[in-house]
Design a protein around this ligand. Structure first.
Ligand SMILES: Nc1nc2c(ncn2[C@@H]2O[C@H](COP(=O)(O)OP(=O)(O)OP(=O)(O)O)[C@@H](O)[C@H]2O)c(=O)[nH]1
Length: 499
């Protein structure tokens, strides 16, 4: 039977053993020596505090690691070594894929799934093989865990089909554009006699040239609507006018035939009376015959007068309809003012600007990007008009619009706001960038002289630029730009001020 020793002796002995073995005097080492001397099983105390410290130092990435960390917490609380070991192994396995890993981390497969689900609808569902391969890929990504080997197979399959699907989409786009060209040209052919139509059609054809942006397409749709609107109004009115003319013509013909009938009846009556007169021998027999002739002549004269009257009324109506048609043509020709384009400079007019501004504002609010707008006013334009004539003034406006168009971004919009005032909408542009863009336009204008006959004329402008602020209405931003432009004029003209 082993000798029973008291705890204070064991404690002293344990201290001596620590010193003999040159062990660090930690509680764990002391406990181990004590147990050894006392013949107790050497149970390691559960190191909860350091394990908690370790757990607190871990930075989990992704749902799997977060789950394993709470498993580790639970294992520490339950003082389970096995639990701690399992949780740590799983935590490490869920880290970024190392060489030899066979599964895609969950967060990566989820992100890929979201990306592909957003991108693939753009390819349409025309190509059945491609669609099947896409569905396979999405299904593989939806499986948790997502195996690399499976993913590789479906990706290879999809990569083989993708170039054909992309090429097909490009071909479809090109074919649609060709079709659109054809339709527009055809509309143009039908309306070649009208200069307004011709201008709109040319604009439309220019708009369908690549690069094709949503703005281009939107612009094209609006122009096409103008053309269609004008055509349908013209067609409706000319059908009506034709109908009126047709009715008038048939009334005219009817009238002529009645006149003809009554004059043949008159002729017959006169001839009969003449024969009877030849046969008459007594004067008293002649009197009633003459009376008949006089009354037939009177009736004829009355009918002729009324026919003349009716024909004159008909003629007046024809003339009125003709005048109405001329007026209609005039109205239709000025329809461009109702449309969205300024006929002189081919920039947007006020109506077009309002629509474009609304469109841009809702786009910047959706995308949370900046929008700047510039109001520019040509300097001393009255003097230019007075010196060189109104036509030269018009050409100067066209020149400015052309130079502005050439140095603006394709996404910018140019509109004629008033006589010699223009507005430029600049999406994705801050106030600073907007001011820079306008200074650039000023520089371009000094290089691109306006030629009036043989005179080189330098056109300058003053401008105010405003960046749309939160919830601000377009009209308020224009007002701010206008005030800044006014200050630029006051400061000596040929300047750009930010609002
Ligand atoms: N040729 C031409 N002139 C126009 C047109 N629209 C407006 N104008 C003229 O532009 C001139 C503008 O004159 P003002 O408003 O005094 O401005 P300004 O002479 O440019 O003077 P500042 O703005 O102070 O530099 C007027 O004479 C208008 O008749 C147009 O379509 N064609």
């Amino acid at each position: 039977m082993p000798e029973q020793r008291n705890p204070s002796e064991i404690a002293r002995e344990a201290l001596k053993r620590l010193a003999e073995r040159h062990l660090a005097p930690t509680p764990a080492n002391y406990q181990a020596c004590y147990n050894e001397i006392a013949n107790l099983p050497n149970v390691m105390p559960f190191p909860e505090p350091p394990l908690r410290q370790l757990a607190a130092g871990l930075c989990p990435r992704g749902e799997v690691q977060i789950a394993q960390l709470s498993r580790l917490d639970a294992a520490i609380s339950g003082r389970s070594w096995q639990g701690v070991q399992d949780a740590l192994q799983a935590y490490i396995a869920a880290a970024a894929p190392s060489q030899g890993a066979t599964q895609l981390p969950h967060e990566v497969s989820t992100a890929l799934l979201q990306l592909f689900e957003a991108v693939f609808p753009a390819f349409g569902r025309d190509d059945l093989h491609f669609c099947a391969a896409v569905d396979e890929l999405l299904a593989a990504l939806r499986v948790t865990p997502c195996e690399f080997s499976r993913l590789e197979v479906v990706l290879r399959n999809l990569a083989g089909l993708a170039p054909y699907a992309v090429a097909e989409q490009a071909e479809i786009r090109e074919a649609l554009l060709k079709l659109l060209h054809l339709i527009i040209e055809n509309i143009g052919e039908l309306s070649l006699d009208d200069a307004w139509f011709k201008g709109q059609i040319d604009g439309l054809l220019a708009a369908v040239e690549p690069p094709l942006t949503l703005r281009h397409l939107d612009e094209m749709e609006r122009r096409l609507r103008d053309v269609m609107d004008k055509q349908s109004r013209a067609r409706a009115r000319s059908v009506e006018a034709q109908e009126e003319m047709r009715k008038m013509l048939s009334a005219f013909i009817e009238r002529l035939s009645t006149m003809n009938e009554s004059s043949s009846a008159f002729q017959g009556k006169i001839e009969a009376s003449a024969r009877q007169i030849e046969m008459v021998s007594r004067l008293e027999d002649l009197a009633p015959l003459l009376k008949d002739v006089v009354s037939a002549t009177q009736t004829m004269a009355e009918e002729t007068a009324s026919s003349r009257e009716q024909l004159r009324a008909l003629q007046d109506r024809v003339l009125a309809t003709e005048a109405e048609l001329v007026q209609l043509h005039r109205e239709l020709d000025s329809a461009s003012s109702l449309a969205r384009h300024d006929p002189l400079t081919d920039t947007l007019n006020r109506k077009g600007l309002d629509e474009a501004l609304e469109r841009e504002i809702s786009a910047v609010r959706r995308r949370n990007t900046p929008l700047s707008l510039c109001l520019l006013d040509i300097d001393n334009f009255k003097r230019l008009n007075d010196r060189l004539g109104h036509e030269a003034g018009d050409n100067a406006l066209i020149h400015l619009a052309n130079v502005a168009r050439a140095c603006m971004r394709p996404t910018d919009t140019l509109a004629r706001y008033g006589g010699e005032e223009f507005i430029i909408l600049m999406p994705d542009t801050t106030l600073e960038q907007g001011v820079e863009a306008m200074v650039r336009l000023q520089r371009e204008l000094t290089k691109a002289f306006f030629l009036s006959g043989r005179d080189k004329v330098l056109i300058t402008f003053s401008a105010g630029v405003a960046q749309l602020v939160n919830e601000e209405r377009g009209s308020d931003a224009i007002r701010r730009a206008d005030q800044a432009m006014y200050l630029a004029k006051r400061a000596g003209k040929n300047r750009v001020f930010g609002a």
